[in-house]
Write a protein that binds this ligand. Structure first.
Ligand SMILES: *C/C=C(C)/C=C/C=C(C)/C=C/C1=C(C)CCCC1(C)C
Length: 264
């Protein structure tokens, strides 16, 4: 594979932007945790933790990109060191279950119901990612399509289950949070759909097509920002709305002076 300077730099720039967005969001979530009632704080902390994990992996992804290509003459040529997709998949293995935990926490479902839902969702997510990886590292279209199709089964189940669950839970949620939870369903559908689409595009262009590679890496980066930072903000807003509906007033508690004291 040979990339133009523009193609190489665009991907590198997107990786860098992703590090900044995720790292910044992690700090934001850790610092604003006390704007929600104690009941929902672990959901916000989970968001901060998963964003920290993803920030770390994007440092590795960024470095791997720079090791996989070298500027020779006026274009970037593949070096013997391959670009490591495993960082991305390792990241998803950790962060996708955490995203699901974050959601179930903020819904505050009855304990047994929340747990059994979470177990089913996490298992489906693991199978989805596990089936995606052999496809991701394959360069021939039939292998890529096979694993894409196989991975689509748990993917469809997961989104279907989540969408139904979120719709069902709407009635039992405080009025003020309903609109947000309803939007969260679509945020989930749209941001998660990006992944199989990006995978399919590079399969169509051919895994060694420079533009296919560029679109895949930008697609995953944008999807990761949307599904982790954007989604985290929606969860944060849901937690705030529910906290307020349940009588929590962030301005009345001692958390604000405590924070000011800690910074002095
Ligand atoms: C923060 C990371 C997230 C939310 C990652 C989500 C990943 C997916 C929904 C991946 C799905 C895939 C398919 C449905 C088929 C092709 C292979 C995958 C793994 C890209």
């Amino acid at each position: 594979v040979e990339l133009t300077v523009k193609q190489f730099d665009t991907v590198s720039g997107f990786f860098s932007l992703t590090i900044a967005a995720m790292g910044g969001a992690a700090i934001y979530f850790f610092m604003t945790k006390s704007s929600v009632s104690p009941k929902y704080r672990s959901a916000i902390t989970t968001s901060g933790v998963l964003l920290s994990i993803a920030t770390y992996h994007y440092f590795r992804i960024y470095a791997s990109w720079h090791e996989a290509y070298a500027l020779i003459g006026d274009s970037y040529k593949a070096t013997p060191t391959h670009f490591e997709n495993a960082y991305r998949y390792a990241d998803w293995f950790l962060t996708v279950p955490l995203l699901l935990i974050e959601l179930v926490m903020v819904l505050a479902l009855p304990k047994a119901e929340g747990r059994s839902l979470l177990i089913r969702l996490v298992i489906a997510a693991m199978i989805m990612i596990g089936l995606g990886y052999p496809g991701e590292i394959a360069t021939d279209a039939p292998t890529r399509w096979f694993f894409w199709a196989a991975s689509m089964i748990p993917f469809t189940y997961l989104l279907f289950e989540l969408f139904i669950k979120l719709t069902k839970t709407l009635d039992s949620q405080p009025e003020a949070a309903r609109g947000l939870i309803s939007s969260a369903r679509y945020v989930l559908l749209v941001t998660w759909a990006f992944y199989p689409i990006a995978f399919a595009i590079v399969t169509v262009t051919g895994a060694n097509n420079p533009w296919g590679l560029v679109i895949l890496q930008i697609g995953y980066s944008v999807a990761d920002i949307a599904s982790k930072v954007g989604y985290g903000l929606v969860i944060h807003a849901i937690a705030r709305a529910k906290s307020e509906a349940e009588g929590y007033n962030p301005d009345a508690v001692d958390s604000v002076p405590k924070l000011t004291a800690a910074m002095a």
